[in-house]
Design a protein around this ligand. Sequence first.
Ligand SMILES: Cc1cc2nc3c(=O)[nH]c(=O)nc-3n(C[C@H](O)[C@H](O)[C@H](O)COP(=O)(O)OP(=O)(O)OC[C@H]3O[C@@H](n4cnc5c(N)ncnc54)[C@H](O)[C@@H]3O)c2cc1C
Length: 404
Amino acid sequence: MVTDVLVIGGGPAGMSSALSAGENGSKVLLVERDETLGGILNQCIHNGFGLHYFGEELTGPEFAHRFRKMVEREKNITVLTSALVTKLGENTATILCKNGVKEVKFKACVLSVGCKEKTAGNISLNGTRPMGILTAGTAQKMVNIDGKMVGKDVVILGSGDIGLIMARRLTLEGAKVHMVLEINSTSSGLKRNILQCLNDFNIPLLYNSTIFEVVGENRVEGVFYGQVDEKFNKIESTRKFLKCDAVILSVGLTPDLQLLPNIEKSKTSGLVVNEHYESEMPSIFTCGNALHVHDLVDNVALEGKEVGRYASLYAQGKLESGKTIKVLHSADFAYALPQTLFEGEGEVELKFRLKNKIVRKWIKVKSEGVEVGKRFVLAGVPGEMMTVKFSKNGVKNSVTLEVE
Ligand SMILES: Cc1cc2nc3c(=O)[nH]c(=O)nc-3n(C[C@H](O)[C@H](O)[C@H](O)COP(=O)(O)OP(=O)(O)OC[C@H]3O[C@@H](n4cnc5c(N)ncnc54)[C@H](O)[C@@H]3O)c2cc1C
């Protein structure tokens, strides 16, 4: 098979970049391992999607459906579902699909394969490994897609958004969600999810707390939990036992880069990218949760649109770059993206996440000590993906993000 742009992964990032590449005149092959396009949205049956992109509040499947319809109408896109990309090289990929193995040649590729959840093994969860320990995404799929309950008495470890959403979902399905334990002193979840998914249902969120040990032979029988000090050491005097039959883990997501195991990763665990979201591997572009874990799907779709256009221009030999400007940041930031810009004119946007909560501060962009851009933040938390725009006219060598 031969195509201009190969898009791997048919979630919102992939569908949006395929659409944009197609609209910009490139032939696109969109490959998705599931039977239908939509990605993680298909299992997110709650509302809260699409406010920025479509101007209305949609459920995950509704948001995905709108994109699927647009993809179907775009004549430049060929969709291949139930097809897994197993190998990715420079300008070639191997696809395992229903009727065998296919090799595809492409001019540009968009890697939009989403992210994966951290498991009990990833966080070295103490105790036994009985049935009933699940990641929040797996629990969500079981409840929302397969129609199966995960337990009656639930403890959630980690206050990431999926865990918060599952606290509400399991409560609505009749389970008793006893508590959410968060090892940090702040939540990585969105404020609105803490309000709507925990506070509205009187589910306690215990900060500086964690599971000390899971107990159970075949099935989870309970957990020992308690508080931790500032170095995350267990404070044994706070140890308590809670009877439960399920432990749901919401302890972090990380970009899924199984297809490129040997390439250098950035602070987000995604690929290092330039202003065009092109990685250090020529012709490989990336976006969505495969690049950095997003808070809102609307941002994923917007990023996909931009990256699809760049990939299309690259495939047509029209993408211009230039001398590189490094993007640096102070210790207040977890990361900033893209890692490099190109010298030239016009406005650019940097995306970033904070390490800690800030209140009434300026985010400033400086180049060689001179301020080139800024934005005021009334209250910023690590759970929120933020952006700052500035004009790069005259900017050379590097820009640095700072909090003042
Ligand atoms: C539980 C949960 C709740 C959320 N709630 C909200 C919310 O209320 N509001 C909001 O705005 N956002 C929400 N989000 C965030 C939003 O859904 C995600 O940010 C968005 O779906 C990420 O899109 P993506 O396309 O990058 O990844 P995904 O949606 O994960 O799509 C990636 C796709 O790639 C496919 N794939 C992976 N590897 C391969 C391969 N090798 N070959 C072929 N295909 C492959 C996968 O099957 C998948 O379909 C939520 C996310 C989760 C997980």
